[in-house]
Design a protein around this ligand. Sequence first.
Ligand code: TA6
Length: 284
Amino acid sequence: MGVTETAKSVIINTASGSSAEIYLFGATVTSWKAGGKERLFVSSKSALDGSKPIRGGIPVCFPIFGPPPSSPAEYASLSQHGFARNQTWKLDKIVMDRPEGVSIRFLAPSPPSSFQHAYKLAYVVTLTEHQLSTDVHIVNESEEQEFKFQALLHSYLAIPDSSKIKITGIDKQTNYKDKILDGQILQSDGGELVIDKPIDRVYQKVPSQEIHVDDGAGSGFKVRFRGFEDCTIWNPTEEVGKNIADMEDKGWERYVCIEPGYVREFKTLAPGEEFIGQQIITAL
Ligand code: TA6
């Protein structure tokens, strides 16, 4: 009923008319329509053939986001944001398929040979009329070794004009790593964040675990996250965006990345332990 498989993606629909498309490449959500509007940004210059990570949608970053200093070689040698978004996943099961909501589960393939760790990585995408939730499930399948990783959902939320948005929900005195200022650790003032310069901030242990985006045009998003404790906020503006090869012209004006994750350090799982990192995005 609400699940259609194509050669390279899975399309899900609710009776209310909401829909989403998930590419098997990277298990990347490339479209989410709610209230008759596309809610995710994908650059028109993005490769969709698996030749490189999709520039937009919701890339899954795992087992690293940016490896912490002095990471073991098998982590430090990985490309930025890790290999999961470059792998071809498979549709594992239809968890729920009802008129009011659809939920499907994807499984990642084995890691590259250079990354010898025993884990299972699953991804559950759930669509209802106004919400899209995406959960990573990571199980340490080793019987003796602990397993450490970083994980983040790199959501490109579509907005009409990035210069007009207001981002709230970051509590006063929450620390953030400012990647524009050479990774300095600074403190939030708790006020609303606007995009008036390149923003690339990794907010650490966000107490509210909830971010609001007012898009300046009477709409926006509420992003809640569980399991994930950190949240990166990124928009390059023209200053940085013009140099991104697969960024469409002025694409930076039409998205803001709100990226829940566990990235301030490695998350460590004991043998057999599971981690669930969840984001729930409500289209306002
Ligand atoms: O999440 C923010 C960020 O790490 C930025 O520093 C920028 O590099 C962006 O992700 C895009 O990274 P990508 O590897 O997808 O080009």
